[in-house]
Design a protein around this ligand. Sequence first.
Ligand code: IMP
Ligand code: MG
Length: 185
Amino acid sequence: MHDDIERVLLTEEQIRAGIDRLALRLTEDYRGRELIALGVLKGSCIFLSDLVRRLPIPLAMAFACTESYRDGTRPGDLEVRLFPRDEEIRSANLLLIDDILDSGRTLQRLRDELLARGAAEVKTCVFLDKPARRAVAIEPDYRCFEVEDRFVVGYGLDHAGRYRNLPYVGALRAAVLEADAASRP
Ligand code: IMP
Ligand code: MG
């Protein structure tokens, strides 16, 4: 697995320090308020579990996922599935947590849906921010690191389902990306 990585972009130490910084800010901002940390599956799972363990404040956890509509009638539109019940969402302070903010469509769609279901507040928190790729008007309220415009894996981020368990963030070798593209029908 490590042989497929061309370059390490964020080491385990850098990630730890970045999460410590972010956790301090969140702890200040949410002190005295009930919070639901809502992770977007599957990419946020590693980041979410490291982050919440550094927040010494009461919070609940919930999950959501999005899928592209398969019938092709609504290109770019995303179907949303939420695991908190509507009663939990209503009047809640939600912190929407994802691995990366890329085009921004996923978090924008989820934020709109949660607000439509009556959430009091929806803030966004991402491990990585790739601002060069933004296609819709959304900026993260919290982010750990900004990254350049290239495909990265590790620490929850995948390529074709793999590499989420790398403890660092790295750029995949071009040969791996090309071999994968060639094997697709
Ligand atoms: P968005 O809706 O375009 O902002 O994309 C969000 C999703 O695309 C993320 O949750 C990731 O699953 C995926 N994604 C975007 N960029 C990368 C990357 O560089 N590596 C791995 N996954 C990525
Ligand atoms: Mg993904």
